[in-house]
Design a protein around this ligand. Structure first.
Ligand SMILES: Nc1ncnc2c1ncn2[C@@H]1O[C@H](COP(=O)(O)OP(=O)(O)OP(=O)(O)O)[C@@H](O)[C@H]1O
Ligand SMILES: Cc1ncc(COP(=O)(O)O)c(N)n1
Length: 270
C-alpha cells in the first residue's frame, strides 16, 4: 500500500475548528497520513482568540527536522506563522529538505479579528515564502495586504492580484472569494497562463471558522495523493463546500465547518 503523507506547519486552535486541528482532520478525511509542526498555541474557541503563545523558532526547526529527516512528506501546508523569525525558520527548512508541493495559506487575521501574523512580517511572507509556493491561497483582505492594491472586489481586480502574486514567485495563485457578498462565491485559480473560476452557492451561516485552513489543507492532501494543482483545487472546493453546507452548530460564536461532511453526506458539485 502506498501511504501518501502531508505535513501542516501551523498554529494550534484549542477549539478544533481551524489551524493544525482542521488540517489533520482534512488530511485524514482525504486518505492522507497527517503530520504536524506547531508554530504557536492559541487559547481559542468559536467566540475568539483568548491568547497566543508562540513556539520558539529553534523548537519549530527541531520539529521540522524530526519529521522531514525520517518520515518525509509528499506535501506541506503552512498556516499561522505569526512573526518573521518563524517565517524565516520555516522557509529555510522547506529549502533544506527540497520540499515540493508547498501550499502557502497566508493567514493574517482570525475571523473574530485577532491578529495571527504581526504586521511587520508581511514583507517576510513575500520575500521568503511566495517564491517557494506551489500554490498560495489568500482571501480577499490578505490579497490586498500582500499586493498593496487599494481594493479587490471585481473579477478584474482579483485577476490583477493573482498576476502580481504569480510575478512575485508563486507558481499558482487561488484568490478566495469567501469575503465577498455575492450569492455565488467564486474563487479564482491562476497558473501563470490561464484563469479558472471555481464557483459554489454562498451559504448564509456564521459557521465558517477555519474555512481557509480546511481549503488549503485539502489542496495539500490532493497534491500529496498525486493530483495536479487544478484537480487538487477543484477537490478542495467540493470538500469545503460540503463542510460549510452541513454545519455542526456547536459553540456560541463562529462555529467550525463539518470535516466529515464530504465523506458522510456526499459532495456538492462545483
Ligand atoms: N459562506 C460561504 N459559502 C460557501 N463557500 C464559502 C463561504 N465562505 C467561504 N467559502 C469558501 O471557503 C473557502 C475559504 O474561503 P475564505 O475566503 O472564507 O477563506 P479565509 O478567510 O482564509 O478563511 P478563514 O480565515 O476562516 O480560515 C473558499 O473556497 C471560499 O469560496
Ligand atoms: C491557529 C489558527 N490558525 C488559523 C486561523 C484562521 O481561521 P479563522 O479565520 O476562521 O479564524 C485561526 N483562527 N487559528
Amino acid at each position: 500500500m502506498t501511504v501518501h503523507k502531508a505535513l501542516t506547519v501551523a498554529g494550534s486552535d484549542s477549539g478544533g475548528g481551524a489551524g493544525i486541528q482542521a488540517d489533520l482532520k482534512t488530511f485524514q478525511e482525504l486518505g492522507v497520513y497527517g503530520m504536524s509542526v506547531l508554530t504557536a498555541l492559541t487559547a481559542q474557541n468559536t467566540q475568539g482568540v483568548h491568547g497566543v503563545f508562540p513556539v520558539p523558532p529553534e523548537f519549530i526547526a527541531q520539529q521540522m527536522d524530526a519529521v522531514l529527516s525520517d518520515i518525509g512528506t509528499d506535501a506541506v501546508k503552512t498556516g499561522m506563522l505569526f512573526n518573521s523569525i518563524i517565517i524565516e525558520t520555516v522557509a529555510k527548512k522547506l529549502k533544506e529538505y527540497n520540499v515540493r508541493n508547498y501550499v502557502l495559506d497566508p493567514v493574517m487575521v482570525a475571523k473574530g479579528g485577532a491578529p495571527l501574523l504581526v504586521t511587520e512580517a508581511v514583507a517576510a511572507v513575500k520575500e521568503h515564502l511566495l517564491p517557494l509556493a506551489t500554490v498560495v491561497t489568500p482571501n480577499l483582505p490578505e490579497a490586498k495586504v500582500l499586493t498593496g492594491m487599494e481594493k479587490i472586489e471585481t473579477k478584474e481586480e482579483m485577476k490583477e492580484a493573482a498576476k502580481l502574486l504569480h510575478d512575485w514567485g508563486a507558481q499558482h495563485v487561488v484568490i478566495k472569494g469567501g469575503h465577498g457578498t455575492d450569492d455565488i462565491v467564486t474563487d479564482l485559480l491562476y497558473d501563470g497562463r490561464e484563469f479558472v473560476e471555481l464557483s459554489a452557492e454562498r451559504f448564509h451561516t456564521q459557521h465558517t471558522h477555519g474555512t481557509g485552513c480546511t481549503f488549503a489543507a485539502a489542496i495539500a492532501a490532493g497534491l500529496a495523493s498525486g493530483k495536479n494543482v487544478r484537480e487538487a483545487v477543484k477537490q478542495a472546493k467540493v470538500f469545503i463546500t460540503a463542510a460549510i453546507s452541513h454545519p455542526l452548530g456547536i459553540g456560541h460564536g463562529h462555529g467550525p465547518t463539518n470535516h466529515w461532511a464530504y465523506r458522510r453526506e456526499g459532495s456538492n458539485d462545483v
